[in-house]
Design a protein around this ligand. Structure first.
Ligand SMILES: N[C@@H](CCC[C@H](N)C(=O)O)C(=O)O
Length: 396
């Protein structure tokens, strides 16, 4: 666990704060403690590479506000004369639900309040955007905030906006490269937990969420996991989109994709966002996914001429008809520890290729997801965790 120190912070936000603001807050630095995973490789150039990152953030000094239970923090507190004291702490208090929301309701210009969540290590900066139809930050700002060395560090930024067309909420997301995908499976589970935090919902709860992939319905279960109705997969090749020739009805199933002279068998599925799923090459049908050099081959799939909107790519090893292992190279984010839409696309591809049942456990580097492609309604249901990591604020 990489702790940050006061010296690590290259750009502390202190100078941006008025004395009155400092008087009523404590300043903390939080370590991005999920970053030490050596398995994680980023598409973004080496200068963006993950080791550990520190994000400065502000927390109410009021005793009614606490960071999440056991949230490690190392920080700086300011007394009334703005004398800074350095300390380290491990909080043992659970956050008060209402207090968490009030933290996010606080508004100062030039400061973005956020909550960091992850779904199986696929991590996101969640922004309360319910008071505006436009995201509070630009794609360029999202790129900076997602940077694991110079920013907060995340695979994307997710905005909770007002619902449209009769839905409860709208979810939008920027990838860490600033592009805007239609949908994010792990993100929508985090989104559901974020909404519950903001609205002080408890127990079982479901919402209708408008996304670029249409209506998505997450449901928070009693055990805290989130089950999501991810809607129907899109298989028509031109709609995925892929330029590969459709070979099964209108879909590209086990189609040949030439990547630098090596022929891969791929099945193309859209979950609102495009996915290319492969179980191996022409000559090797049983992938050992741990042996793949994702950073080398991932970008070749992502930017392949057969994928006009780029693509996410899932590399799959089959353990049994109900147990698959997956590594993913995400469009706009590189190698991530998990991809929810990807896991859904994988089960669809596995069923279409006759390799798996409609209900599977998909093991991702960050942990397992339960996926069901239900025959009765053609919908895909994804169940998995979403966890709060920390609360924070950054100067924009
Ligand atoms: N990690 C996400 C997918 C995020 C979007 C993706 N990078 C894209 O550009 O389509 C998930 O859990 O689904």
């Amino acid at each position: 666990m990489g702790r940050s120190t006061a010296q690590d912070r290259s750009q502390p936000p202190f100078s941006l704060l008025s004395p009155a603001f400092v008087n009523s807050y404590s300043l903390y630095t939080s370590s991005k403690f999920a970053d030490d995973n050596g398995d994680r490789r980023r598409h973004i150039a080496a200068k963006h590479r993950s080791r550990s990152s520190a994000s400065s953030y502000l927390r109410f000094s009021s005793s009614s506000i606490h960071p999440p239970k056991n949230l490690p923090s190392f920080g700086v507190s300011a007394d009334r004369k703005s004398n800074l004291r350095i300390f380290s702490s491990m909080s043992t208090q659970a956050p008060a639900k209402a207090a968490a929301a009030s933290f996010l309701y606080h508004k100062e210009s030039g400061i973005l309040h956020f909550v960091k969540y992850h779904g199986l290590g696929n991590d996101f900066i969640l922004v309360d955007n319910r008071d505006s139809e436009e995201p509070k930050i630009t794609p360029e700002q999202a790129v900076k905030l997602c940077d694991r060395n110079f920013g907060i560090g995340a695979d994307g930024v997710i905005f909770a906006l007002p619902g449209i067309n009769g839905t409860d909420y709208t979810m939008r997301i920027f990838n860490s490269d600033g592009s805007e995908p239609e949908m994010c499976g792990n993100g929508v589970r985090c989104f559901a937990r974020f909404i519950a935090e903001l609205e002080n919902f408890h127990g079982n709860k479901s919402f209708n969420v408008h996304t670029g992939a249409g209506l998505i319905v997450p449901e928070i279960q009693e055990d805290g996991k989130v089950r999501v109705d991810m809607g129907q997969p899109i298989l028509t090749a031109s709609d995925v989109p892929t330029k590969l020739t459709a070979n099964k009805d209108q879909a590209a199933v086990k189609a040949k994709l030439d990547v630098d002279g090596l022929i891969w068998n791929v099945t193309c599925v859209s979950m609102g966002n495009p996915h290319c799923v492969t179980f191996g090459t022409e000559s090797c049908n049983d992938l050992q996914v741990d042996e793949l050099n994702l950073a080398e081959i991932g970008p070749k799939f992502e930017h392949h001429a057969m994928f006009p909107a780029r693509t996410n790519t899932e590399f799959i090893q089959v353990f049994s008809p109900s147990h698959l292992k997956m590594r993913v190279w995400e469009r706009g984010a590189g190698a991530t520890l998990a991809c929810g839409t990807g896991a859904c696309a994988v089960v669809v591809a596995a069923v279409l290729e006759g390799r798996a049942d409609r209900r599977c456990t998909v093991d991702l580097p960050g942990g397992p997801l339960d996926i069901e492609w239900r025959e009765s309604d053609n919908h895909i249901y994804m169940t998995g965790p979403a966890e709060l990591v920390f609360y924070g604020s950054v100067p924009l």
